[in-house]
Design a protein around this ligand. Structure first.
Ligand code: PRT
Ligand code: ZN
Length: 300
């Protein structure tokens, strides 16, 4: 029976998103112990349990309300949404957050030597191998292209060599798999990244409260990843120039220094990385005693 106070979050059991999903939840403060079957992680310090499953099952688990939340690639969510729509069923999950990992793109690629390629229209009448038939079909329709979709369950990149397709539509991150298979990326069908999705059903107040708290922590973790705390000394007269140079910082704290000098200390959170070039420019503008520190936690 559904537990009215414990949230259930589906995460990928073993794959590209697993480590970063667990790392994110850890940074959000979650400590969990894994059951004997390794399929469930019991939250020890939050009313949040993890269900470790194949990524393809996550949208269904959330849509069918077996889990309240899911952490999965946008590519999987959007493919499922289109598949359900094709069966006359509007997907009811909702994307709550875009996460800063799992970045990749669903892209079309053709053999390096494909002289027939001169733009999307040259796919007319050709065979395209993919594990994402619904996303590919949508792209083809949007571009008014009539092509044959060859749906495979894996190893899409070798389909042209085996003579099973003229082109492929597959996930790409570094592009090295394409190069190794002598394929050339030509069009992007979908830009993807990990997302948090939630059940369509309204949640009991205690659960809804924890979803909000979790999302606030996720936001904090993601902001912190790029953020730096910067401290420096500067003459008051240099402050306008220095403020302009501080990357992504809204209102620095200005503290007078002891000893009657006209110098002040400036402390600011920069929501972007602080590069050497920025430090050099700050120094040239009159700053001294520059210190850049990582930020561990942040709550707006
Ligand atoms: O077992 P399970 O079903 O859970 O896992 P899976 O094998 O279906 O998925 P998995 O673990 O490979 O990927 C999980 C999610 O990671 C995907 O749904 C994407 O959202 C995201 N992701 C990010 C990627 C990639 N990058 C990626 N590069 N998923 C797959 N790839 C594959 C791609 O299919 C191709 O074979 O990596 C190869 C290309 O990589 P590059 O770096 O050579 O371009
Ligand atoms: Zn999968």
């Amino acid at each position: 029976m559904d537990n009215p106070v414990r949230l259930k979050l589906a995460v990928q059991k073993s794959g590209r998103l697993t480590d970063q999903s667990i790392d994110l939840l850890g940074r959000c403060g979650l400590k969990f112990s894994r059951g004997k079957d390794q399929l469930v992680g019991f939250g020890e310090n939050m009313p949040l349990d993890l269900l470790f499953v194949r990524d393809d099952d996550i949208p269904d688990l959330v849509e069918e309300d077996v889990c309240d939340l899911g952490l999965v690639g946008l590519n999987v969510v959007e493919e499922k949404r289109l598949e359900l729509a094709a069966r006359g069923h509007a997907a009811r999950f909702e994307i709550l957050r875009t996460l800063d990992f799992g970045r990749c793109r669903l892209a079309l690629a053709v053999p390096e030597e494909a002289t027939w390629w001169s733009g999307p229209r040259s796919l007319d009448g050709r065979r395209i191998a993919t594990t994402y038939p619904y996303l590919l079909a949508r792209w083809l329709t949007e571009h008014s292209i009539q092509a044959e979709i060859v749906t495979l369950s894996g190893a899409v990149e070798i389909a042209p060599r085996l003579g099973r397709a003229d082109a492929i539509c597959d996930l790409v991150s570094t592009g090295s798999t394409l190069v190794a298979n002598r394929l050339r990326e030509v069009e992007v069908v979908l830009e993807s990244h990990a997302v948090i999705v939630r059940t369509p059903l309204s949640l009991a107040a205690a659960k809804a409260d924890w979803v909000e708290r979790l999302l606030m922590r996720v936001d904090g973790v993601q902001q912190v990843r790029e953020s730096k705390y910067i401290m420096l000394h500067a003459p008051r007269s240099a402050l306008p120039a220095i403020r302009k140079l501080l990357p992504g910082s809204e209102s620095p704290t200005i503290i007078p220094l002891e000893g009657g000098t006209d110098k002040v200390a400036v402390h600011a959170v920069c929501r972007e990385n602080v590069f050497w070039e920025t430090l050099e420019a700050l120094k040239a503008a009159g700053a001294s005693a520059l210190l850049v520190l990582p930020v561990e936690k942040m709550l707006a």
